[in-house]
Ligand binder design. Sequence first.
Ligand code: HEC
Length: 122
Amino acid sequence: MNKLALLIAWSFASGSYAYAAGDVAAGKVAFNKCASCHHVGPSARGGFGPQLNGIFGRPAAATKDYNYSTAMKNSGIVWSDKNLAAFIRSPNDVVPGTKMRFWGIGDEKQIADLLAYLHTFQ
Ligand code: HEC
């Protein structure tokens, strides 16, 4: 590949979403923190929390087999890298009154990894 093609390929890959730097394999491990409540993959369904397939671009409280809190239903959020990162950091700050009881993750790298992993279930 010549330099220009390399540059174009690089900017395409890194521009596709903000957290492209995330590591999918590490994100899979980090997802263990979510997996007690959330499912992903072909057989995912609502459990303690809603399933998270195709979460990016999905409006909050959109899955049919899960009973969301009023706070989540009324949040008006459409999940993106940015607001999902903020939600993982501190759920109650993004959706006050959410019933997701999660202390949050402060490590930016781990959040980026998690988002990269979730992007594989589009
Ligand atoms: C203790 C259980 C629990 C854990 C752990 C947990 N969640 Fe949740 N999550 C929930 C519940 C319950 C809801 C529904 C919240 C509501 O209706 O207010 C939710 C909602 C969500 C939503 C909104 C989904 C939608 O359809 O709008 C996302 C996104 C999400 N969680 C991501 C995560 C991620 C990523 C992790 C791991 C970092 C995580 N959660 C960890 C219980 C959990």
